[in-house]
Design a protein around this ligand. Structure first.
Ligand SMILES: Nc1ncnc2c1ncn2[C@@H]1O[C@H](COP(=O)(O)OP(=O)(O)OP(=O)(O)O)[C@@H](O)[C@H]1O
Length: 694
């Protein structure tokens, strides 16, 4: 039975066609899809570079380009172009299968021939060559083929290698860049093999087996299962993440795990996308009668996940199996059902007075006591005064002696008793209670739990996660980035009974920000080592982006008024360039500065709303930026006295550990804000710049 596959380039170009041409493409494809065994609709052109490439007539002015097999029965829709461009494409491009990776690749062969002549004449005047130190056998090992090899031997300079980027198959170009940067062949292979869809390289690569090559290239081509799935693809051509997974993402999402698994990776590497595909995979694979939970940190993020999941999972029965709900809501429901009535959740800030009063005898202010309860007692699940007397309080301010601890403990008992009387609860407390209920009753509500933005969960919420599904294969799947930790929770998963050792995988390619933005933003993080949820060191060393654009702009001003005037000018410039207002995000360290920004934009007649709602430019705090994405981002007020925000940083003399943690968290916060930007990043300050700015 013939198989139809679609290339990413086809879908990207289709997305940009006007409706009339799109309709003609739909019709041509429908005809082709029902008749392509006969190959009757395909036209062969005499001077095609690659004899397997054909055209498919769409309209008078448009042609599809189709790679048709010499043997086998897979047809790949490569692209759709205006008539003359389609013919030019066919006259210049040749397809091949990478001999080391087995992936499908395309090169501009005509361009390479021209380039080769130029390089040969340059090389005549020079003795040494760029790759003199690399023997042929190493190049072949890395998938460089004969045609490319002959060009490689002419290269004298790295600039020539850059010039080849648009002509060479990307995997071969990447291999050469790795070697040119001084990597050994083993190191270069290590890097290339991240693009393998299987753990190991294929043993034998058949250069004519298109079907196998497409299977190994999920980031560039997918098989279409039938007319419905073709329709579905064409209906949402902009949502490439649904279809074209990076091999790393695919491997991670579709694997079988013997227990809890985790995906980490820098901002924008597609952890959320991988988590969504993981859920889709689980929903297709398991029908245990118990639902799968997809959960995250906040309500706004879970609304976004729900929308994305609807785009991804089309089968209503499979969708039914998935419950998308943030952890606070899950906990709330467990507690409400157990008690037979709903608890009243309360923000910590609203409880301070109650804690001030209840703890008045202790000599400690309510805010401190609340923090101690949340960060030490609930975090470590301490149940008795004795447990608390012995507990570690690293990062919680100065040392407390036994007498002080007894006073704190009594104050906590008094305050929690008053909360119980008034039926007031914090979300952490609800999570802790829910975990206790599930453990006590042995209920396991979900068959599998997938957690996004996992780096910031409180330990009580981790206990809840663990208690939601029975231990076993594929039970938990966690996605997070320890470099984006912006709250106080430093968790060791193994201490909470969640062991991901050996089942933790990393994503390294950014799909969001350009390399220029990433390189700049990574420097904001500073050099302190970072420990992941699995207790291992986590680094962003191999984190890169294939996207390129302008460097971030950093501007300093004498005062806030001038800074905000310049912000208005910057936003107006973006809007005049055609950027939609809701694709512009503006972040500030404090609510009050975000409020000033909103007012200043309104004064300038620029519509603005919150980060997640309303029409217009999106404005909010750095914390609110977590998990979001914008084409253009402005981060304002990055001043020495605002970032880091002194109020949120412990005194160094009193507690050097807490001080260090707090500063790192402030760095992470700036990093998170800056890495929301896809195309453009603008950062400004008034007076002294923040010491975190590179
Ligand atoms: N395979 C893919 N193909 C196309 N786009 C992708 C792919 N994977 C991710 N993206 C896009 O890249 C952007 C970042 O993806 P995602 O939000 O999943 O990253 P993340 O690692 O969770 O980011 P962060 O940690 O910063 O929140 C999104 O716009 C997403 O649609």
């Amino acid at each position: 039975m013939p198989q139809l596959a679609i290339d990413k380039d086809f879908l990207q170009r289709y997305a940009k066609l006007d409706k009339r041409v799109q309709k003609a493409v739909d019709e041509a494809l429908a005809k082709f899809a029902t008749n392509y065994y006969a190959g009757g609709h395909l036209e062969k052109i005499a001077d095609a570079r690659d004899p397997r490439v054909r055209t498919l007539r769409v309209t008078r002015g448009y042609r599809g380009v189709v790679l048709a097999p010499e043997r086998g029965d897979t047809y790949l829709l490569v692209t759709v172009l205006p008539h003359d461009d389609a013919y030019a494409y066919i006259r210049t491009k040749r397809f091949s299968v990478n001999q080391a990776l087995g992936v499908l690749e395309v090169r501009d062969e005509a361009g390479l021939e021209t380039m080769s002549d130029v390089l040969a004449s340059v090389a005549e005047t020079t003795e040494t060559r760029l790759f003199d130190h690399v023997p042929d056998k190493h190049l072949l090992q890395l998938g460089i083929d004969d045609q490319v090899l002959s060009i490689v031997r002419l290269l004298t300079d790295e600039a020539h290698l850059d010039a080849l980027e648009a002509l060479l198959p990307p995997a071969q170009h990447n291999a050469l860049v790795a070697l040119a940067s001084g990597m050994t062949v083993e190191e270069a292979w290590e890097q290339l093999s991240r693009d393998l869809v299987e753990e190991a390289a294929p043993e034998h690569v058949d250069p004519d087996d298109l079907t196998a090559a497409i299977r190994r290239s999920p980031d560039r081509a997918v098989f279409v299962e039938g007319p419905e799935s073709l329709r579905d693809l064409l209906d949402a051509p902009f949502d490439l993440w649904r279809v074209f997974l990076h091999p790393q993402q695919r491997r991670i999402a579709h694997r079988d795990y013997s227990g809890p698994a985790m995906v980490t990776g820098g901002a924008g590497t597609g952890k959320t996308v991988t988590a969504l595909h993981r859920v889709a995979h689980l929903a297709a694979r398991y029908d245990s009668g118990r639902p799968i939970l997809l959960t995250t940190f906040t309500k706004t993020l879970d609304a976004a996940l729900r929308t994305q999941l609807e785009l991804l999972v089309k089968d209503p029965a499979q969708r039914e199996r998935v419950d998308v709900r943030n952890l606070d809501r899950v906990a709330y429901q467990v507690v409400a059902e157990d008690r037979g009535s709903a608890p009243t959740p309360c923000r910590d800030a609203d409880l301070e007075q109650l804690w001030d009063e209840a703890g008045a005898d202790s000599g400690f202010p309510g805010a401190f006591l609340l923090g101690e309860w949340d960060q030490v007692i609930l975090a470590q699940n301490l149940r008795t005064e004795r447990d608390y007397l012995e507990a570690r309080r690293r990062g919680r301010g100065g040392r407390l002696g036994p007498e002080q601890r007894r006073r704190v403990w009594r104050a906590v008992l008094a305050a929690t008793a008053r909360m119980a009387e008034a039926d007031l609860w914090t979300f952490t407390q609800i999570a802790a209670e829910a975990a206790d209920i599930l453990d006590r009753t042995g209920q396991r509500r979900y068959s599998h739990v997938v957690v996004d933005e996992a780096q910031d969960l409180h330990p009580a919420k981790w206990r809840l996660v663990r208690a939601l599904a029975a231990e076993g294969p594929d039970d938990l799947f966690l996605a997070g980035d320890p470099h984006q930790r912006i709250y106080d929770h430093r968790v060791s998963l193994s201490a909470l009974g969640i062991n991901v050792r050996g089942r933790s995988r990393r994503l390294t390619v950014s799909y969001r920000s350009t390399q220029e933005i990433l390189s700049w933003a990574v420097r904001v993080l500073g050099a302190a080592p970072v420990t992941g949820l699995d207790d291992l060191a986590d680094s962003l060393d191999t984190y890169t982006s294939p996207l390129h654009g302008r460097r971030p702009v950093v501007r300093g001003f004498a005062d806030r008024a001038a800074e905000l005037d310049a912000l208005v000018a910057q936003v107006e410039e973006w809007l005049s360039q055609g950027v939609e207002a809701d694709s512009v995000g503006v972040a500030a360290r404090t609510r009050s500065l975000a409020g000033e920004v909103t007012e200043r934009l309104r004064d300038a007649d620029i519509d603005s709303g919150s980060l997640t709602h309303g029409p217009g430019v999106r404005v909010g705090t750095m914390h609110g930026m977590k998990g979001l994405e914008f084409r253009c981002v402005a981060v304002v007020g990055v001043d020495a006295d605002l970032v880091p925000y002194a109020e949120q940083v412990a005194d160094r003399a009193e507690d050097p550990v807490a001080h260090g943690h707090d500063l790192q968290r402030e760095r992470n916060l700036l990093f998170v804000s800056c890495t929301r930007a896809r195309d453009a990043l603008y950062v400004s300050h008034s007076g002294e710049p923040s010491p975190f700015l590179p």
